[in-house]
Design a protein around this ligand. Sequence first.
Ligand code: NAD
Ligand code: G6P
Ligand code: MN
Length: 449
Amino acid sequence: MKKHSIVIAGGGSTFTPGIVLMLLDNLEQLPIRQIKFYDNDAERQKEIADACEIIIQEKAPDIKFVSTTDPKTAFTDIDFVMAHIRVGKYAMREKDEKIPLKYGVVGQETCGPGGIAYGMRSIGGVLEILDYMEQYSPNAWMLNYSNPAAIVAEATRKLRPNSKILNICDMPIGIEERMARSIGLSSRKEMVVRYYGLNHFGWWTDIRDKEGNDLMPKIKAHVKENGYALPEELAAAKENEASQHADASWMHTFTKAKDVYALDPETLPNTYLKYYLFPSDEVAHSNPEYTRANEVMAGREKHVFGECRRIAEQGSTKDTTLEIDEHASYIVDLARAIAYNTHERMLLIVENKGAIVNFDDTAMVEVPCIVGANGPEPLVQGEIPRFQKGMMEQQVAVEKLVVEAWEEKSYQKLWQAITMSKIVPNATVAKQILDDLLEANKEFWPELR
Ligand code: NAD
Ligand code: G6P
Ligand code: MN
């Protein structure tokens, strides 16, 4: 089998070590000859790279490892770019979350004004990486999971229509894993699903086992009572112990899916819909002084960087608490689908072109696709009901307006986008939030007219 050369863009990401461990655990499925890290923050990347070099040396010394901030070095001789950049890093995520909250509006990484602000930063960063790939390795594919994926995907559709980029999200995978476990299956891979929506904005309509038996009734019965929380997590919560599976904010999200489900018991919802359907509940239990960014900095970032420093100092991974990011193995499935034409069925963010029959053909939608050597083939999901269609039309307009605002450097369109967001009450509040975000993002957004 051909051995692949991979660059991880956003080498300094908190997810990088878990993904490297996952890649090394999957070498039989996806052989690798070279792993490169690319980041525009040399210092941050070095901390991760010094540890990953030792990890690779221990587990697969034949793999060549390169860590660089030079685009030419990074993107030359590459088969896949795995991209998870965060333009502005956690310092800006914190502002995306806290600025809207000042006005009583949901502050979230990818939803509402926070997601819009992040989108305005991310578009340029992702396009730049795509351009490097095309310049130095024109046959490569970019597997992108940099957020906000909905806005980034619309930008690449519109501004780089012929590029080999696949946009994917891990939330449906995480939820499907929970669904599977809630009904006693060993893996989500025992399920075949139908799903439609936008990224972080979608619904399952059909879930079957490999024999075609309908699993929806059993999963619905669980979700109706527990959302996507699992029995052992509910027990831990009762005992008031921190669950080993998730931070408190994620436990809230999984539990809240119960209320989201109640609104349309015909389907099973993506967890992110809670921000659009129950925004005031969300604001009520948010702490405007301590948001998810703070939780991540104190938790995942501290742990990952601490462990990396320890590995680098001791020169080995002995006793490390870094874990294989098992659920990131979807990235290997995606790379394999391209490399070996596996025709794996996966949820991807792709141009609609009729997959959702009664919806904008040019919208970037999240639907099941068959993925092969020439990319994704979306599967038709048919017509969708008025409730979902109405919500999606509003949200896709927001996403398209943001991309237009970025392209045209238009203050007006950005104001319209924020106003249009379902979680923003009116144009006055939208303008106040926009003006604060604008001030905070001077260094990152195009200068608006
Ligand atoms: P992080 O801040 O730890 O890492 C991001 C890295 O990107 C940093 O090292 C930063 O220096 C680098 N970076 C920023 N701008 C860059 C640029 N223009 N060029 C190169 N490198 C750049 O963030 P994280 O929490 O580990 O998340 C990384 C990304 O992955 C985020 O966008 C996050 O939203 C995304 N993510 C997506 C999914 C999904 O389902 N799609 C799942 C998990 C994480
Ligand atoms: C899920 C979503 C990602 C998002 C992440 C946030 O995995 O699919 O798009 O980036 O959650 O997680 P965090 O732990 O950084 O809040
Ligand atoms: Mn996601």
